[in-house]
Write a protein that binds this ligand. Structure first.
Ligand code: APR
Length: 257
């Protein structure tokens, strides 16, 4: 990166870090891009998960209810192979803003990988659900995802005691969001002094509408390696990798102690 560009970026980082330092409440909207540095592919980048059209078409509510074997074939391929994943410097920096700098950090994530909680973030709203559990659509009994993994490994359908196939607690295309989680996300972004969007193309609603759902006097920061349709509304836009930018921002915040 040229000398001048580095200087410009550094100045932008310092300015943004100053605002984070002063902020009391920070809402962070994250997407798959914050987890790519943990080895998990995102969805819409050139090597993203949705490049396989059939996989994208199978990850829907209708596919679960009308062709459950195809659903689980692709679901297992897409999401159940993430063994030994760990938080990366981006997740860790967000947790440090909370635990080291004493900020109120509210994470609204579209991710199901649980890496924010693993990094130590305590306020996490999982808009698109999680990979920890699965629920019977008929009797609502909840199971640990281990049961699903074991059934699929044995080439069987993951069945509830009542005989129905259980559904992962992930928000599939055509699924409604959990109303409580959605309300929480709206309240967090509305109350925030800074809204930070990290590693999300901001193409999926209603998550992307949270960018509008903020105070007029709040600061909007977009950290994404590709342009998003909301960049023109942002006070700061960073095109570099989340791990690099957030770690750098955290260390500048520490120096401003
Ligand atoms: N640092 C910063 N940005 C990154 C990085 C990185 N290391 N790696 C990838 N990105 C950016 C990509 O440029 C891309 O624009 O992250 C963005 C991820 O966008 P998507 O793949 O569209 O993922 P996301 O925004 O989370 O998708 C939202 O869509 O398919 C549904 O339910 C799924 O939760 C998902 C939702």
């Amino acid at each position: 990166m040229g000398e001048v560009i580095v200087l410009v970026m550094e100045r932008k980082l310092v300015e943004c870090a100053k605002i984070l330092r002063k902020a009391e409440k920070i809402a962070v909207l994250t997407g798959a891009g914050i987890s790519t540095e943990s080895g998990i592919p995102d969805f819409r980048s050139p090597n993203g998960l949705w490049q396989k059209r059939e996989a994208r078409e199978a990850t829907t509510r209708s596919c679960f209810f009308y062709d459950v074997d195809t659903f689980y074939h692709y679901f297992a391929q897409l999401f159940l192979g993430w063994t030994g994943i760990k938080p990366n410097p981006a997740h860790i920096a967000l947790a440090a803003l909370e635990h080291e700098l004493g900020k109120l950090v509210f994470i609204v994530t579209q991710n199901i990988d649980g890496l924010h909680q693993m990094a130590g973030s305590t306020n996490v709203a999982e808009l698109h659900g999680n990979l920890r559990t699965a629920t019977c659509p008929k009797c609502q009994k909840q199971y640990d995802m281990i049961m699903v993994r074991e059934a699929l490994a044995a080439k069987q359908q993951p069945l509830c005691e009542c005989g129905r196939v259980v559904k992962p607690d992930v928000v599939l295309f055509e699924d409604p969001l959990d109303p409580y989680t959605w309300r929480q996300a709206q309240v967090w972004t509305m109350k925030a002094d800074v809204v930070l969007c990290v590693g999300t193309s901001l193409t999926v609603s209603p998550a992307n509408t949270l960018v509008y759902n903020r105070r007029n006097d709040s600061t909007l920061v977009i950290l994404n390696t590709e342009p998003t349709r909301y960049d023109s509304q942002a006070d700061f836009v960073f095109r570099e990798k989340a791990g690099e930018v957030l770690s750098r921002m955290l260390s500048i915040c520490r120096q401003q102690e």
